[in-house]
Design a protein around this ligand. Structure first.
Ligand code: PEP
Length: 249
């Protein structure tokens, strides 16, 4: 997809017009000669997509949404946004399958429909998957990841337009991160699985779960990780730049 290291900011239900102003420094950094290696993607709440798209227009920063409805265009779905609407707002990507959405009842079947529609709309997909603490404790991690991938990718064709985001649910927002040895093993397994089962030559897999300006020094040692999906730390521009700098330097 890209040879650069991905830094995807998932703002979740945070961010106001005021927060948008604070990304000026990130835009400046993304354009500076010090940055040749990082590709930045902002996924703000729907309400801020338009203003961030405008603000980042003359930069290489891309904008994504955090979810979409499983119906492609329009319909009687109060409170929902379709892939077509997201595309029209200027976003180029959409996060699908985030554990915080799965927890609200989003099934693998719904995720699969969303992925197919989003790709059909020519949005790139950031496909999140990961095991819960209960699944990890009962040694079901591999089984769960495989199931989420197989069901989520059923009938999906443009697999090269997917960024895979491995996010252990127990790691999101908790400060807990798997040790490097096990995380590397997990990435090797996932890459092998995607290469052999889906014939994706170079799958792009990012890691998400409590990435911050301290643990990044350790995480960046895992060469198999193609980038990071960052929640909490990404709404603070200073911390976000710090994470990027520490990774690419
Ligand atoms: C996320 O929201 O995908 C995430 C990884 O959050 P955090 O970085 O806050 O754990």
């Amino acid at each position: 997809m890209t040879n650069k290291i991905l830094f995807i900011a998932n703002w979740k239900m945070f961010g106001t017009k005021k927060t948008v102003k604070t990304i000026n420094n990130v835009i400046k950094f993304s354009k500076s000669k010090h940055n040749k290696k990082a590709k930045i993607i902002y996924c703000p709440p729907y309400t801020l997509i338009d203003s961030i798209v405008k603000k980042t227009k003359n930069s290489e920063i891309d904008v994504g949404a955090q979810n979409c409805h499983f119906e492609k265009n329009t319909g009687p779905f109060t409170g929902s946004i379709s892939a077509d609407m997201i595309k029209e707002s200027g976003a180029k990507l959409v996060i699908i399958g985030h554990s915080e959405v799965r927890m609200q009842g989003e099934t693998n079947l719904i995720i699969n429909k969303k992925i197919i529609n989003a790709l059909h709309t020519k949005l790139k997909v950031i496909f999140c998957f990961g095991e819960t603490l209960k699944e990890k404790k009962s040694n079901k991690t591999k089984l769960v990841l495989k199931k989420q991938l197989i069901l989520g990718l059923k009938y999906v064709k443009n697999l090269n337009n997917i960024i895979f985001a491995y996010e252990p649910v127990w790691s999101i927002g908790t400060g807990k991160v798997l040790d490097n040895k096990n995380l590397r093993t997990q990435f090797l397994y996932l890459k092998k699985f995607l290469k052999t089962k889906y014939k994706i030559k170079k799958p792009t897999i990012v890691y998400g779960g409590s990435v911050n300006d301290k643990n990044i020094l350790n995480l960046k040692k895992i060469n198999e990780i193609d980038g990071f999906l960052i929640g909490g730390a990404s709404t603070n521009s200073k911390k976000f730049i710090d994470i990027i700098k520490k990774t690419i330097n």
